[in-house]
Design a protein around this ligand. Structure first.
Ligand code: IMP
Ligand code: MG
Length: 189
C-alpha cells in the first residue's frame, strides 16, 4: 500500500479548511440563485473527479436536488487531454426541460465541459449552469458555452500547474487527499 501520498506533494494550494469555506460560499450563492425556481435543478457531476466536491456541495444546498453523473473520457495521456472526449457513462435521470447544474473538479482546456454541455443540451436541458471548483482560464482552448440562463460558478482560479487531491488524480492516485496540492514534478515527468 502507498503510505507516502503526502510526501509526493510539493506545495499545498488550498487546505481542507479553505476548501470547506469556499464550498459553503458557492452553495449559498447557488441556493440563492435557484431559490425562485419552481422545479428544483438537477445536479450532474462529471465522474470521477467531481465526486468529493459534489458530495460536499449538495450537502450545503438548502433545497432538495436530484443527483446524477456523466463520464467523459478523452484518450490523452499523462497530464493533458487530447481534445476529443466521448461520453462513456450517461445519465439515468431525465433532464428534459429541467435546469441542470453541472459540477466539475477543474476546467482546463474546456474540451470536457464543452462536450458534456453539448450532450446535456441534446437531452433537452432548459438551462445548464456550471459549478467548477477550480478554473485554469490561462489554458482554455475552447470557449465554454452555457445553455439558456445558465451561470458559471467557480471556487478558485488555479495557476497553470498540475494539481491533485480533493477528487483530482494523477493516474487514478491522490483523489482522496483532503487538500489540493501540486504534485512533485518528478512524479509525472
Ligand atoms: P479539459 O477537458 O482540458 O478542460 O480537462 C478537464 C479534465 O481534465 C478535468 O475534469 C480533470 O479531470 C482533468 N484535469 C485538468 N487539469 C487537471 C489537473 O491539474 N489535475 C488533475 N486533473 C486535471
Ligand atoms: Mg473532471
Amino acid at each position: 500500500m502507498n503510505t507516502t501520498m503526502h510526501s509526493h506533494i510539493e506545495t499545498i494550494l488550498w487546505s481542507e479548511d479553505q476548501i470547506s469555506r469556499r464550498v459553503s460560499e458557492l452553495a449559498a450563492e447557488v441556493s440563492a440563485d435557484f431559490a425562485s425556481c419552481s422545479v428544483a435543478p438537477i445536479v450532474v457531476g462529471v465522474a470521477t473527479g467531481a465526486f468529493l466536491f459534489l458530495a460536499d456541495f449538495v450537502r450545503k444546498i438548502d433545497f432538495s436536488v436530484s443527483v446524477d453523473f456523466v463520464r467523459a473520457e478523452s484518450y490523452g495521456s499523462g497530464t493533458e487531454s487530447n481534445g476529443a472526449p466521448t461520453i462513456s457513462l450517461d445519465l439515468k435521470v431525465d433532464i428534459n426541460a429541467r435546469h441542470v447544474i453541472l459540477v466539475e473538479d477543474i476546467v482546463d482546456t474546456g474540451h470536457t465541459l464543452s462536450r458534456v454541455i453539448k450532450h446535456l443540451k441534446s437531452k433537452g436541458a432548459s438551462s445548464v449552469s456550471v459549478c467548477t471548483f477550480l478554473d485554469k482560464p490561462s489554458r482554455r482552448k475552447v470557449n465554454v458555452q452555457l445553455v439558456g440562463e445558465g451561470k458559471f460558478y467557480r471556487g478558485f482560479e488555479c495557476p497553470d500547474c498540475f494539481v491533485v487531491g480533493y477528487g483530482m488524480d494523477f493516474a487514478e492516485q491522490y483523489r482522496n487527499l483532503p487538500y489540493i496540492g501540486v504534485l512533485k514534478p518528478e512524479l509525472y515527468e
